[in-house]
Design a protein around this ligand. Structure first.
Ligand SMILES: [Zn+2]
Ligand SMILES: [Zn+2]
Length: 176
């Protein structure tokens, strides 16, 4: 089946050809951060592989994600553009912008977001080369509910104390 999604302004849409996916919550501190890298000074944006904690993701307590095969995912409106010499690329409307963060593994997590409205869209983790991690909030047609079932929670060591573990979800202290 085709699952579709979009950013808040509608400038970027995407489609996933998959009948099922891994539903994952992530409580890592990167997933909680709020500052949009587009707002950082240019000098900071261009510093390669910088270790900062100001990553534009959700500003929420965690992210909810549909982990899908990378081959099943495609951007259908707005096309990602890569410029390897810079970790942050401000592109025209309708093009996902990417931002690289070095994860706890030492590998790169590449985040794609809309530079117009700021919606986080999806992440490509170097440690998961065969998958795309789609931010569930962007999914259309009620799919953001992740079909009411969470398979796994990552980084539960960083989960806020006011949130309980999801019943039946595998609990990973960090990432797998
Ligand atoms: Zn947008
Ligand atoms: Zn995370």
């Amino acid at each position: 089946m085709t699952i579709t999604g979009s950013c808040m302004c509608g400038g970027i849409t995407y489609a996933i050809e998959a009948d099922s996916y891994l539903a994952a919550l992530c409580h890592c501190t990167d997933c909680q951060k709020v500052i949009d890298p587009a707002l950082l000074p240019i000098s900071q944006r261009r510093r390669k592989n910088q270790k900062i904690n100001q990553n534009q993701w959700t500003g929420g307590a965690f992210t909810s994600n549909a982990v899908v095969p990378r081959t099943s995912f495609k951007v259908t409106k707005g096309k990602p553009i890569e410029k390897p010499e810079s970790p942050i690329h401000l592109m025209q409307t309708g093009t996902p912008t990417t931002y690289d963060v070095t994860g706890a593994s030492g590998k790169i997590n590449k985040h794609f977001f809309c530079s117009t409205c700021g919606s986080g869209l999806y992440t490509e983790l170097e440690v998961m080369p065969d998958n795309t991690v789609v931010k569930a909030g962007g999914l259309d047609g009620g799919e953001a509910n992740l079909r009411g079932k969470i398979d796994v929670e990552f980084y539960v060591k960083d989960r806020p104390s006011y949130l309980a573990a999801v019943e039946g979800a595998k609990q990973e202290p960090m990432f797998g």
